[in-house]
Design a protein around this ligand. Sequence first.
Ligand code: FAD
Ligand code: MG
Length: 344
Amino acid sequence: MKRAFAPLLLLTLLLTSCGSQAGPEPVSATEPVTGTVFAMDTVMDFTIYGEETLLAAAESRIHALEAKLSVTEESSEIYAINHNGSGHVSADTADLLDQALALCGQTGGALDLSIYPVVRAWGFTTGDYGVPETEELAELLAHVDYTKIDFDRKQSAVTLPPDMEIDLGSVAKGYTGDQILSLLREADVTSALLNLGGNVQALGSKPDGSPWRIGVQNPLGDGYIGVLEVTDQAVITSGGYERYFVEDGETYWHIIDPATGAPTHSGLISVTIIGGSGLMCDGLSTALFVMGLEDAAQFWRETGNFEAVFVTEDGQITITEGLTDRFSLADESPFDEVAVLYQE
Ligand code: FAD
Ligand code: MG
């Protein structure tokens, strides 16, 4: 029998006050401005050590990106491409597509932007949940292949083969976080924390110079399994407990294995990626969830520009070598052991 997962929306907890080091009150450590935006079907929280006007600037940037990238909004660039089979895209969409397609290749298709018709057939993004017929899935899967997305970078033009549709949902929030951090850097902000529904992105450290402390949510229930200390990095989690439905006692979640067209059952129930780029971490959290622990470990050894926390359905936490002094088990963690992956 499948375990019933708690319907938690937020993956991470900002432990901004716990464990901060004692020290002199720094000049820049005034009260931060904080704000919440609901966009991309996600609650987004901001903590910015800077001018209040930056909140409005961030919000308008997010809404502008959503208007271009949404698969369901009829006026979006992605909607137009999906319904016309081709189209020109803005610099944002071109930039995101370019980097996302590179990640599809790098992950050997575990990340595949053309999986969208399959995702929709299961009811994700429409809310009309249900297990599709085998024949329907086979028909849809025949058109899933990111290598057939024709993207002309120079012309910013995209052409899709017949019956293919694309979705940037696996990477767009990471890209959005990167864009907001750029906007803040340009305004000379040196300390900020964004939480885009489980995608946490830190700009610099806390104003007192200590790292941000980010909780990693327990994928099996309430609370947190551990705490990560990060400076100027993204911490992005994909889990099977975020968006799912239950039918006949079975849980079906929103991350699909492009090899089968079904919700992935790789043995992993959560993957957190820590690295410099939000887009990369977002794409890899989805892709490594699909790969499973063994292939993900191999991928990490070969790629090496990120760190990861994996949780398996049999209750094992595995962290990569670079996190050994940055990850600690939370007090309430149901886990009491952490395995470490080493570069061989
Ligand atoms: P991630 O692991 O980052 O991504 C999982 C998502 O990627 C899945 O939901 C699926 O869409 C896709 N996916 C699944 N498997 C694969 C795979 N193997 N390769 C590539 N992609 C895969 N949701 C709504 O319900 N209503 C909305 O109005 C809505 N608007 C949105 C607008 C925008 C601009 C964006 C970016 C998203 C929107 N969403 C909406 C989608 C919602 O926010 C997604 O659930 C979210 O993007 C997925 O992110 P995640 O962090 O939950 O999971
Ligand atoms: Mg992702």
